[in-house]
Each structure stands twice: as structure tokens, then as C-alpha cells.
Ligand binder design. Structure first.
Ligand code: AMP
Length: 288
């Protein structure tokens, strides 16, 4: 079972080993059940033999990474994710490799994919959405303070921890700010801000936009600029063609926050630090 104090001690042991630059190998772990499959390999539950700490190990096939030409991206992901320390960012303890594979040692997130939860439930309540959005806003603010832009915030890249706390899991598209036009058109179109679909320079404000898309999707069950085909989605994003259907019912205050996040001019988007004091967030994160 998931033992809290043992996990905490194990986490501290893993962190200190990582800090000392430990060279990990497969022999340090007992490998358990598969947790899921990604584009370049699989993720397994695993236990570090010495500390008994439960982790997730992502196994990536070198041949597939080379074929897709994403080695550089993976290097950046490891460099960025292994240096971030935040309760709402999935911790990366380290990595190792053999002739065929690369292994990433990750914090285990027992709640699984947020996307799956959202699909099962259809949509989230205003209380749940407010908590997720505030936690993400604070985690992204932390990233930005380290000059890291995530650029790919969407339900597929979010996991849930042992206490249903949200965790940003995938830094595959993240970059060190500032960034230029070269890096446009990555990720799903639905979540991209106008400046990225239009191929303009962009900065950390792209993450504020995707938080607005995410909040809309949490409350309605689908993203706001969905359309038939790429060019129709592109046009809706570029015009900020934001519509609120009458069903399901969503409060005016929640819509107000969405409108403040989905602003075409990046410099006029709400600051991440102001999200926790927005009246809708305050009302919905109050302890009952
Ligand atoms: P990915 O290759 O990152 O897309 O991961 C594939 C799947 O494995 C995800 O969709 C999750 O269901 C699962 N998974 C990945 N990382 C973890 C983790 N740290 N803890 C628990 N499950 C995970």
C-alpha cells in the first residue's frame, strides 16, 4: 500500500542521492506493473531497492527517439524537469541508459492521468476546477521565475498525485525564455495562443492562455476553439472567437476569469500571481 511517511523518507533519500550525482542503473530497481504507454516507450511502476521508494520509470527506445529526431528535445526536457522543485510539478530524480534505451526516474503519481478523469466525469465542478487552476497557476509562476515556459499545458500532460493534487508531468515542449518564431506550432492546435498559431514571437504569457483553455475545458468538457480541421481552429483562435454555451451552466465569475486569461494581446493577459485572488477562485477554494 501507499505508506505516506515511508514515501516521504524515501523521497528524501532519492533526492539526496540525486544531489550527490548518483549513477543509477537498472540493478537499483525492482520493476513492477506497466503504468501506461507513451509515444516513445512505456512507463513502469518501480521500487528503488535500497530505500524501498516507489517511483515510475519511463523507458524510451533510442531507435524511436532518433527516428523522430527528438533527442535534443529529450535532453532539454531532462535538463529542465530535473531542476524544478514544486509540489505540482512531477519530480524527475535522474536518468540512466543502456545500448538501446533511456530510463527516466520519475515521481510516481498514483492518481493517473487527469485526462482520463475528465473523460470519465465529463467535466469538473467549479470547486475542483478552481483548485486545479490555482495550483497550476502557482506551479507555472514558479517555472517562469526560473525562466522556463511550459508551452504545452493540456489535460494529457497532467497527472494526479496520491491526494488528488495536480502535477505537471511533461516538459517535452518546454523552453528557456525568451523564445522565437522558430519554436512555433508544437503541441495540439486547440491549446495554442494566437501569437503561436500566427507564427509570432512568444513569451511566458503563452502558459496563461493555455490555463484559460484548460479552465474552459474543465468546466464545459471540451476546449473553446474546437472546429472542423486545422484552419477553422486557427481562425477561431486568432479571432478569439470565445462562446459560452448555455448548457452546462457555468457561473458568471468563472466566465470572467476565462475572459481575463484568453486575451489576444499577451501583455494584457492576467498575471499568474493574480489568479488566487480572483473572486471566483476565492469563493471556490474556501475551506468548508
Ligand atoms: P507518457 O509516455 O509520459 O505519455 O506516459 C504514458 C502513460 O503512463 C501516461 O499517460 C500515464 O498514464 C502513465 N504515467 C506516466 N508517468 C507516470 C507517473 N509518473 N506516475 C504514474 N503514471 C504515469
Amino acid at each position: 500500500m501507499f505508506d505516506k511517511s515511508r514515501q516521504q523518507q524515501g523521497a528524501a533519500d532519492m533526492a539526496s542521492k540525486a544531489k550527490q550525482g548518483k549513477q543509477w542503473s537498472l540493478k537499483d530497481f525492482e520493476i513492477g506493473k506497466p503504468l501506461g504507454r507513451g509515444k516513445f516507450g512505456s512507463v513502469y511502476l518501480a521500487r528503488e531497492k535500497e530505500s524501498k521508494y516507489i517511483v515510475a520509470i519511463k523507458v524510451l527506445q533510442k531507435s524511436q527517439l532518433l527516428k523522430a529526431g527528438v533527442e535534443h528535445q529529450l535532453r532539454r526536457e531532462i535538463e529542465i524537469q530535473s531542476h524544478l522543485r514544486n509540489r505540482h510539478i512531477l519530480r524527475m530524480y535522474g536518468y540512466f541508459y543502456d545500448a538501446k534505451r533511456i530510463y527516466l526516474i520519475l515521481e510516481y503519481s498514483p492518481g493517473g492521468e487527469l485526462f482520463k478523469r475528465l473523460t470519465q466525469k465529463g467535466r469538473f465542478s467549479e470547486r475542483t476546477s478552481a483548485r486545479y487552476i490555482t495550483d497550476l497557476a502557482m506551479a507555472l509562476d514558479y517555472c517562469h521565475s526560473k525562466h522556463v515556459i511550459h508551452r504545452d499545458i493540456k489535460p494529457e500532460n497532467l497527472l494526479l498525485g496520491a491526494y488528488s493534487e495536480i502535477k505537471i508531468a511533461d516538459f517535452g515542449w518546454s523552453v528557456h525564455a525568451p523564445t522565437s518564431r522558430r519554436n512555433t506550432l508544437c503541441g495540439t492546435l486547440d491549446y495554442l495562443p494566437p501569437e503561436m498559431v500566427e507564427g509570432r514571437d512568444h513569451d511566458e504569457k503563452v502558459d496563461v492562455w493555455s490555463l484559460g483553455i484548460l479552465l474552459y475545458e474543465f468546466l464545459y468538457g471540451f476546449p473553446p476553439f474546437e472546429a472542423e480541421g486545422h484552419s477553422a481552429t486557427y481562425r477561431r483562435i486568432s479571432r478569439v472567437d470565445l462562446r459560452f454555451p448555455s448548457k452546462p451552466t457555468v457561473s458568471h465569475e468563472a466566465k470572467d476569469l476565462i475572459r481575463r486569461l484568453l486575451v489576444k494581446d499577451p501583455s494584457k493577459r492576467m498575471a499568474l500571481q493574480d489568479i488566487p485572488s480572483h473572486p471566483w477562485v476565492v469563493a471556490n477554494t474556501k475551506k468548508v
